[in-house]
Design a protein around this ligand. Structure first.
Ligand SMILES: NC(=O)c1ccc[n+]([C@@H]2O[C@H](COP(=O)([O-])OP(=O)(O)OC[C@H]3O[C@@H](n4cnc5c(N)ncnc54)[C@H](O)[C@@H]3O)[C@@H](O)[C@H]2O)c1
Length: 338
């Protein structure tokens, strides 16, 4: 197939573009590079032995999207483009709603004009909010707790309404849990700007000497070791989940939602220990006060993705840490020339 990937130079997008190219699909990436580097796509081309086409454009720019659809004639879209920092979304909610929600509406209008009605969307476990018991199941009522999460929830609603309005749409809403790790080559990986918001990139930057110590937010939760539990998923497993969802949509109309997670909770201290093992030396840390809005523990019930897509995670926490570390060690400053 020919697939248009928005946000395809980003962390999850670049791994998915590589997986798509390896599976024999043709890819055109649309990205405005607000949080990524074109170097990621160059390296993806190197690893795959063939290039994805690249259009530098903003998804809120419908004319640019129309040109990309006319020039490249994709048959389906995987939609990663979005802003994703929870804390930032609280300070600048309008930017988040404009970029994520209005950007998605532009994309869907452009898709409709070009009769492309198959889309896989990056949603998030954050839509489950604070009231659902873990593990999370797709049929639960959702209710995000911050502007970022609400952009995901609103886009899910828009896509559900769209699917209900016209049976030609084929829509997959993928609720990711906590993506970590990197391609095993160590050539592509996560390259956060500024202070990382997520645990594993933070640990990796401490390990490589860019930061002094890991701050563990909260050591007194009602969990086995007092730190938060999350469901970590290797980014290559996640990329493969997108190909599985796309395959499913080739013979299923309608709107479908799946959790993409491992089904297991891992604590902050367990992840820290696994990363120390991968690095082979101690990584300093300090227990700091809890962060507002952090839930003590959640993980996925991934059984629907297994039943419908034949997909489940296959890579372990150890592999996540080894692969993430290989990427960080070989690229201490990410894609920036060091
Ligand atoms: N990484 C996670 O922990 C996580 C978890 C759940 C969901 N998600 C979602 O998955 C998607 C991909 O996440 P990621 O971690 O790869 O993030 P990322 O920031 O690395 O990738 C997002 C990409 O989208 C691009 N982009 C943003 N706004 C754009 C716009 N208006 N027009 C064109 N391009 C734009 C950025 O430049 C970047 O390349 C996001 O939608 C994110 O919300 C991520």
């Amino acid at each position: 197939m020919r697939i248009l990937v928005t946000g395809g130079t980003g962390y999850i997008g670049s791994h998915t573009v590589l997986t798509l190219l390896e599976a024999g699909h043709d890819v055109v990436v649309v990205d405005n590079l607000v949080n990524s580097s074109p170097e990621a796509l160059r390296r993806v081309g190197e690893l795959a032995g063939r290039e994805a086409a690249f259009v530098e454009a903003d998804i809120t720019d419908e004319a640019a999207l129309d040109a990309a659809f006319s020039d490249h004639s994709p048959e389906a879209v995987i939609h990663f483009a979005g802003l994703k920092a929870v804390g930032e979304s609280v300070g600048i909610p309008l930017d988040y709603y404009h970029n994520n929600v209005a950007g998605t509406i532009s994309l869907l209008r452009s898709m409709d004009r070009h009769a492309v009605r198959t889309i896989v969307f990056s949603s998030s476990a954050t839509v489950y909010g604070e009231h659902n018991p873990t593990p999370y199941v797709e049929k639960m009522e959702i209710g995000a707790m911050n502007p970022y999460g609400r952009t995901k929830e609103q886009i899910e609603d828009i896509l559900s309404d769209l699917g209900a309005s016209d049976p030609r749409w084929r829509i997959a809403l993928l609720r990711y849990f906590n993506p970590v790790g990197a391609h095993p080559s160590g050539r592509i990986g996560e390259d956060p700007q500024g202070i990382p918001n997520n645990l594993v990139p933070f640990i990796a930057q401490v390990a490589v000497g860019r930061r002094e110590k890991l701050m563990v937010f909260g050591g007194d939760y009602d969990t086995p070791d007092g730190t938060c539990l999350r469901d970590y998923i290797h980014v290559v497993d996640l990329a493969e989940g997108h190909v599985a969802a796309l395959n499913y949509l080739t013979d299923h109309e309608g709107v479908h939602r799946w959790n993409l997670g491992s089904g297991t909770g891992t604590s902050v201290l367990e992840m820290h220990a696994a990363f120390e093992k991968a690095v082979g030396s101690p990584i300093p840390y300090e227990i700091a006060p809890r962060r507002p809005g952090d839930l003590p523990a959640f993980w996925a019930d991934p059984s629907a993705a297994l039943a419908d897509l034949g997909w489940s995670t296959v890579r372990t926490v150890e592999q996540m840490c080894e692969d993430h570390w290989r990427w960080q060690k070989n690229n201490p400053m990410g894609y920036a020339p060091s």
